[in-house]
Design a protein around this ligand. Sequence first.
Ligand SMILES: [Zn+2]
Length: 496
Amino acid sequence: MALIAKNLFMKKVVQLVLVSSFLVLFSGFKPGDKKWEKPFSRLNSEIRKNSKAYETLENATKTIGHRLTGSSNGARAEEYAYKLLKSYGFSDVVYQPFEVEAWMRDTVTLSIAPGSSDNFRDVEVVALAHSPVDAKIQGEIVDVGNGLPEDFEAVKEKLKGKIALANIGLVGAPGKKNLHRSEKTALAIQYGAIGIIMVNGAPGKILLTGTASVTGAIISIPAVCISNESGDEVRKWLKEEAPLEANIDMHNISKPIRARNVIATLKGKTDEKVILGGHLDSWDLATGAIDNGIGSFAVIDVARAFRALKVKPERTIQFVLFMGEEQGLLGSKHFVEELKKSGSLDKVSYMMNLDMTNDPKGANSFGREEMTEFFKSVGSAVQNVDPGFKNELQNRAGLHSDHQPFMLEGVPIAGLAGQLTPEVLQCYHADCDDFSLVDKQQLESTVRIASMYLYALSTSPKLAVRKLSDTATRDFLISQGLKQELVIGQEWRWGK
Ligand SMILES: [Zn+2]
């Protein structure tokens, strides 16, 4: 009997184990994320129901246009964000003004002729930012291909006093790491070129702009961008009619201006801080809908949702809309300088940056290995409320957005790995970066996913990483393969 009873009992136990693992398996719920289940589903449904990201971005692009730092549009964008955050119930919203030398384009022409003749042909062109206020040059064109250090080294004898022709992207260099257009321009100056013509990688007669200065200061040579098709044509002329002469004539404006970061603070139980940021400014060729309308208006809408749900985080959260990113991370550099001045940089536990982030598939733990488990488990908790979420984790650090000044101080950085189609990407900094490129569902998915990661970062009792020391930061940047770029960018402070 006892044996029978014992067998019956064992049978019950086995059945129970089977049923519960069946439930776990098919409910898709993963153990260990339970603490986030409720807040994540509240955030998820609140944003699905009430997100204002798409309509406010549409309104801003229509009523303000581009948001170039230092322009009247830029100032109106700062006010727009400030008023929106106030309207969402934030009492603590402030402007953080800063002074910058702001560059604005005026006129530019490029014409090219076979060396032996005066038959100059005009080529459509746009000036790259921080080019000289006035420049009128004529010189022979020297093709530097992809404009990597070895490409410049290969033509160093020929380039002095000439005009470099370089690709913005990489053409046929598998596995090679590209340099930023400002770093290629710095190399052209280093090798004695008198100007640089950069060829856009995206087809479709698209002209793009962006800074050609690694420091944000005015550079000594004119830098311009021509379309992909014009690049092919110039290279064809180079084959058939070399040497080729180019004539660049440009006029720009550069003057000190005041701009303002916009900061909304959600007080936490401690004054440890987590920052969710994205740049609000844009270039002036279109309305910066993708760069960085989708990122900055996602930050504002995450703030809206946290207020609406009366979230009480452990750590204080600051929602920061930076200005001056396009002109050289000017707003975020100023923000970090102010933190250092006030001695509160050590309070920053994490900085999450949204720059062109779209429809995230997972997190990027930016080279901090110790955090991958954490981000993985957050991602599986997200999957419990959004089964379509892929939870694909990346773990590599990069440069050239507002996280950089924080990362260079050792602050842990988090990113969200989203994706944009080639059709959208080819409008990066170009005259086609308009609202028609914005996908409502994907923008709202950015808001939902970002809000859940921010919730986890701002409420988890303990985070596995802290701000690195100065030496540990140096070693971290080296381990991430960023030293050379930072040296060229004059941002490497650790000597040889
Ligand atoms: Zn951007």
